[in-house]
Design a protein around this ligand. Structure first.
Ligand code: FES
Length: 123
């Protein structure tokens, strides 16, 4: 395993608690990373403007899986407006800092989230 990853990142990669799909999700978003070809989908259950449940599915690297898992945990309990403010840097910090070359992987999650929230607004 790559020694540049924090323990938190490796733990989340090995046992991602928030991996999966939500049936009848209120919002679904997708993002792709053109530099590596990885794809990420985020599913949200939203009630009264609060994210009650967040799950993800990805064909991604270690950092993408760990970042998405972290992001979903951060999302639950947040309002839609608070969720929009989460950055790749916030996720990386929560993970104990990603290696700089892997920072773009955390941005994949925030892009999928933004897509989901944009789709939600349109409804
Ligand atoms: S290398 Fe593709 S998301 Fe990390």
């Amino acid at each position: 395993m790559d020694k540049e990853y924090s323990e938190e990142t490796i733990d989340r990669f090995q046992d991602p608690e928030y991996s999966g799909e939500i049936e009848n999700a209120d919002a679904v978003g997708k993002a792709g990373n053109p530099s590596c070809g990885d794809v990420l989908k985020v599913f949200l259950k939203i009630e009264d403007n609060v994210i009650k449940k967040a799950r993800f599915k990805t064909y991604g690297c270690i950092a993408a899986i760990a970042s998405s898992d972290e992001l979903c945990e951060m999302l639950e309990g947040k309002t839609v407006e608070e969720a929009r403010k989460i950055t790749g840097k916030d996720i990386s910090q929560e993970l104990g800092e990603l290696p700089p070359v892997k920072y773009h992987c955390s941005v994949l999650g925030t892009e999928a989230l933004k897509d989901a929230l944009d789709n939600y607004k349109e409804e």
